[in-house]
Design a protein around this ligand. Structure first.
Ligand SMILES: Nc1ncnc2c1ncn2[C@@H]1O[C@H](COP(=O)(O)OP(=O)(O)OP(=O)(O)O)[C@@H](O)[C@H]1O
Ligand SMILES: [Mg+2]
Length: 347
């Protein structure tokens, strides 16, 4: 029981805790000696507590998936089963609850699902984008030609201008689709991520000022260089910063931080970059879809900004995650591997 990779907890008939194993202590952030003898309702929250009570009453649970909030912060997915604990003569002694942490497995499942969808959608979109490009170039050329033939105050000028605006928008969309579907292989160099952050922020400086957006920077002075494609990562930072600005229509603050992270479980250090805004936040139901191509909540959006960012980061073996609260703001965290003088640069 002690060495089990699952959380195991045993309660008595009166609902007091008999014992918990080491995994339970770690997962729920508790101490066995302190909780033994305590009523389980004082230790566990709903819905775990409800399952314990039902199990005592003989109603067992089989492989139920629960999303719970961890004391240490963050959410986790648990697969929970329970049963009644009986002595040999059939007397009910209490209940046993076994829970497996499914968080990582769920994350991989979601990842695989997304990759699968992206690859088929990618092939289709690349084909369409490619086919649109040539006729679009001739429409653009012809409309510009017509515009030159008109008097400056000709009434049809407005129609021509609207057409050109529409053509520009389709051009942007087609470029986005091709960037997403057939990204150029990255040109990798060991460079300063802090500088790339500063470049992206300064590019958007005048737009930020116009929209009342204040930028706070806290960049790690000791950040080692990272191997990346400057142009592509610049595009990623710009996409994320633009989204932050668009999420703050009344203005607000974007905080950009870089930090060197050393995870005890992973041998290599990573450089994390976070972008936190004080904007509208993202609805819980939308959060799993923000990296999907064409997912947008904006009337003028293409929904490609974050999917391109995701794809580029993947080619850099970097990861991106998003936390958000409606009405409070959104934080994107990017983690880049630090190349500690090794030759296996990411591709
Ligand atoms: N910082 C943010 N705050 C709130 N919502 C966000 C933020 N970043 C992304 N989103 C949500 O994710 C969606 C997808 O973002 P993405 O950048 O891929 O596309 P878009 O911004 O809608 O369009 P485009 O980038 O092509 O202009 C957005 O429409 C928005 O709903
Ligand atoms: Mg965007």
């Amino acid at each position: 029981m002690e060495s089990s990779p699952n959380c195991i907890l045993v309660v008595n008939c009166d609902g007091t805790i008999r014992t918990v194993n080491e995994m339970t202590e770690r997962f729920f952030g508790l101490e066995k000696d302190r909780v033994a003898g305590m009523p389980s309702r004082e230790v566990f929250e709903e819905p775990v507590e409800a399952i314990i009570q039902e199990a005592i009453r003989g109603r067992i649970t089989e492989s139920l998936e629960l999303v719970i909030r961890k004391k240490q912060g963050g959410r986790a997915v648990l697969g929970v089963s329970s049963s009644q604990l009986r002595s040999r003569d059939g007397t009910v002694l209490g209940a046993v609850l076994i829970a497996r942490d499914l968080t990582e497995a769920k994350r991989s499942e979601e990842w695989m699902r997304r990759m699968d969808r992206l690859s088929s959608l990618g092939q289709l979109s690349a084909g369409i984008a490619h086919e649109i490009r040539n006729p679009l170039a001739s429409i653009n050329f012809n409309v510009q030609f017509l515009a030159r033939q008109l008097d400056p105050d000709d009434k049809t000028r407005k129609i021509i201008d609207d057409t050109l605006t529409g053509v520009e928008r389709i051009k942007g969309l087609v470029k986005g689709m091709l960037d997403f579907c057939r990204p150029a292989p990255p040109i990798l160099k060991s460079e300063s991520i802090n500088r790339a952050i500063e470049d992206a922020v300064s590019l958007l400086d005048s737009q930020f000022r116009k929209h009342g957006v204040r930028v706070e920077m806290a960049l790690a002075p000791e950040a080692p260089d990272v191997v990346f494609d400057n142009q592509q990562i610049h595009q990623v930072f710009v996409n994320i910063l633009l989204n932050a600005m668009q999420a703050m229509p009344q203005g607000g603050t974007v905080r950009v931080e870089s930090r060197v992270e050393q995870d005890a479980k992973k041998p290599r250090r990573r450089l994390s970059v976070t972008f936190s805004d004080s904007g509208t936040g993202i609805a819980k139901d939308d959060l799993p879809r923000i990296f999907d191509p064409f997912f947008t909540t904006k009337p003028e959006g293409t929904g490609l900004g974050l999917s391109i960012a995701h794809k580029i980061l993947e080619q850099h073996r970097a990861v991106i995650e998003c936390r958000s609260r409606v009405g409070q703001g959104t934080t994107f965290t990017l983690r880049f591997p630090i190349d500690e003088g090794r030759s296996d640069v990411p591709v």
